[in-house]
Design a protein around this ligand. Sequence first.
Ligand code: ZN
Ligand code: ZN
Ligand code: ZN
Length: 117
Amino acid sequence: MKTIANKREVVCSFCAGTGKDPFDLLSDQSICQVCYGRKKFSMIKPIMQCAFCRGSGIYPGQRITCTVCGGKGMVKAPKGTAVKCATCKGSGSAKDSGLPCLACKGKGVITNERNRR
Ligand SMILES: [Zn+2]
Ligand SMILES: [Zn+2]
Ligand SMILES: [Zn+2]
């Protein structure tokens, strides 16, 4: 059974739906590098908010796109049972470095590894 109903339209987080580069890195006419000016995109469900940037699409403390979600603000939700990452306590960022948590790759949740065959 094939269905395309699992898609969800997501407003681009990085530019907040303006389609423009929020930081005017090249010029104030620059289009958003995440959505290429389309302002939104469709993602295949299940998706969830990016823990690392808290859905902003912006790398915390930087003027670049979030490396976890690629600036979309949403990430693919893991299949199966997801539990809060104990390493970063669900924040998605490693406490010392401020980099995305290695255990959950910045998503803030991990899946039960026993699902692997
Ligand atoms: Zn955008
Ligand atoms: Zn993110
Ligand atoms: Zn983590």
